[in-house]
Structures are given as structure tokens and as C-alpha cells.
Design a protein around this ligand. Structure first.
Ligand code: HEC
Length: 125
């Protein structure tokens, strides 16, 4: 019985997570990125680093992979691969999720903006 409830809850939460990201709107994410991320990040292939690393191809890649960017020790040691389930908490609260990160960004408050931004990052390939 308990296992049944647990499995049910897991399926429900997975379905929810999938639907949130399935609804992520890359075009809206691009606008959000321009306003909130582009001060520190470029997105085009081969564009240089700014305060933060170039983010082309970041989706699905291991953290700290841009060769000519000087990442924090925390990021280098994180072992993160930037899939949805790692991007969402990092973008929501960078320094809460990864103490010692150099990304001094407060975090995205709204789930919708977060999902849109991730949908946009996934197009950068
Ligand atoms: C104030 C500057 C700043 C802002 C604004 C900012 N970032 Fe960052 N970001 C950084 C820095 C600096 C790093 C490197 C972190 C480290 O080495 O600990 C980083 C790292 C990252 C990484 C990991 C890159 C990798 O190669 O592992 C991702 C993904 C990322 N940022 C996404 C975003 C997104 C999306 C936004 C907008 C919602 C954003 N950042 C806003 C400065 C910023």
C-alpha cells in the first residue's frame, strides 16, 4: 500500500516535471536570457566568455567544460552534467545549490521563466 502510494506519487511528479518542461517556450526563454543572463553570458557558437562562460552547447554537457574559462573550484569539482534536473535548481538558486560558485546571480523565481530558459538553452547546439 505504502509502496503503491509512493510509486503513484513518483509517477505523478514525473508527469508534472515533464509537462512543465514540455511547455517550456524557447522563444520566451530567449527573451528572458537577453534580459537576465546576457550581461554575463554569450550564447552564440564561438562567442567569447564574459563574466561567465559562453553557453553554446551547455545543455547535456558536463559542468566547467569551456576550456578557456576560469571556473570556480566548486564548479570544477561539482561533477554536474547540465540536464534539466540539474539546471533547474542551479538556475533557481545558484549559490544555494552550489556553494562557492562564481555565478553571482540571485536566481530565477518563476518556474515558468526557468522552464523557458532551459528550453532556450537546449536549442543552443
Ligand atoms: C552576474 C553574472 C551572471 C549572470 C547574470 C548569470 N550568470 Fe551564469 N554564470 C556566471 C558565472 C561567473 C559562471 C561560472 C560559475 C563558476 O565557475 O562557479 C556561470 C555559470 C553558468 C552555467 C554553468 C556553465 C558551465 O559551463 O558549466 C550555466 C548553465 C549558467 N551560468 C546559466 C545562466 C543562465 C541561464 C543565466 C540567466 C538566467 C545566468 N547564468 C546568469 C555568471 C552569471
Amino acid at each position: 500500500m505504502r509502496a503503491g502510494v509512493l510509486i503513484g506519487a513518483t509517477i505523478l511528479s514525473c508527469a508534472f516535471a515533464t509537462s512543465v518542461y514540455a511547455e517550456g517556450n524557447a522563444a520566451a526563454g530567449a527573451i528572458f536570457f537577453k534580459g537576465r543572463c546576457a550581461t554575463c553570458h554569450t550564447a552564440a557558437k564561438g562567442a567569447g566568455n564574459k563574466i561567465g562562460p559562453n553557453l553554446f552547447g551547455v545543455f547535456g554537457r558536463r559542468a566547467a567544460a569551456v576550456p578557456d574559462y576560469n571556473y570556480s573550484a566548486a564548479m570544477k569539482a561539482s561533477g554536474i552534467v547540465w540536464t534539466m534536473d540539474r539546471l533547474k535548481p542551479y538556475l533557481t538558486n545558484p549559490r544555494g545549490v552550489l556553494p562557492g560558485t562564481k555565478m553571482t546571480f540571485a536566481g530565477i523565481r518563476k518556474d515558468e521563466d526557468n522552464a523557458n530558459t532551459i528550453a532556450y538553452l537546449a536549442t543552443l547546439k
